[in-house]
Write a protein that binds this ligand. Sequence first.
Ligand SMILES: [Ca+2]
Ligand SMILES: [Ca+2]
Ligand SMILES: [Ca+2]
Ligand SMILES: [Ca+2]
Length: 407
Amino acid sequence: MLSWQIRTDALQVENQIDAAKAEYIAAGGIEYALANISSASDSSSEVSFAEVKLGDGVFWLIKPDLSSDKQLSYGLIDESAKVNLNSASQEILLKLPGMTSELAASIIDWRDNNSEVTTGGAESEYYLLLSDSYECKNANFETVEEVLLVKGASQAILFGEDHNINSMLDDNENDGDRTFPDDNSNGSLDAGFFNYVTVYSREKNVDSEGRQRVNAANRRNQSETLAVLRTVLSDDASFTAMNRIRARQRYANMLDLYYVSGIKYDDFVELIDKLTTTDSEELVGLINVNTAPEEVLNCLPGLESSDVDALIIKRERLDDAEKKTILWVTTVLDQEKSIAIGSYITAKSGQFSADVVALTNNGRAFRRYRAVIDTVDDSAVIYRKSLSHLGWPLPVETLEKFRTISF
Ligand SMILES: [Ca+2]
Ligand SMILES: [Ca+2]
Ligand SMILES: [Ca+2]
Ligand SMILES: [Ca+2]
């Protein structure tokens, strides 16, 4: 109870000067995230994201430690390691932790541009009867929190017991209904699906040098496709592969094309970046199979939990070069399962969020912002929201340490 009071009280004792300082430290934290965005997907990076000194205070970039509700991790949060609410099928949405069939159907109706009600879902007829009535959006989600407007959604489903969205079990999240929020006081954090969903993930359908990929599934591109094949294969092998490729009309995805082409693994690794099976210029909502947590991989179609375990064990042993493409999944999964997930996965991450907590040196004022950075064009902050009202999100000892110093 005491630590909960200290947390909320951090906002109440601040004066205007401390408040202004906390604001600029937080803004500096977002700039820092932007400046260090390249280290976000670099496992060897030594950039620090915890207790970074800036002016009259410090900031942290906090990140959920999804394996523990007792500690935090620090760094940028990979948005491509999540399920995208704008592109995920009903089947994928249904596998999210705590998702209901009503909400999954209603998410589909919320974003699709028609007014036909999916079984269990809702269109405008439903929303217009609410006391605070509004129309069904019939367009993409712009923020994750927007899901709270959708039929069947609630704070409890989205955030679970994690009222202050830090993925740690705080005192007020483990005392039943004594303090807000309601929780089951069972000693562990029953969180919602907030950490597993995004609306930001997208990538351009271009190769690593930024050039348009050749759509090998389109027969009009035969000569271009052959030219790409010949950059890696002998002339004979290129013609053999090309004959196999053009014998089929449609391909589900590049893994489908891989199996049909008969091209050897080591050669296809070199080719997969330059080819595609779709004319789409932008690919929305692909899940980075190198970084997605177990809960997200579990949402992929056709996978059993043993497949997900095998993928996670395998990727821990891969070096950065092996993780450059998605082809490694074919060394873990059989052909059918590989093709089943091939349209939903990527090996790249282009969007990251920064959960910035800024504190003045005297521990008197703090600010917390969540910002989303998109690196697909020039890196830019595309979303920024204050989370200061949720209270101090780090361990209370951290706050006390700064206060002790100044008194
Ligand atoms: Ca609709
Ligand atoms: Ca919490
Ligand atoms: Ca409670
Ligand atoms: Ca609990």
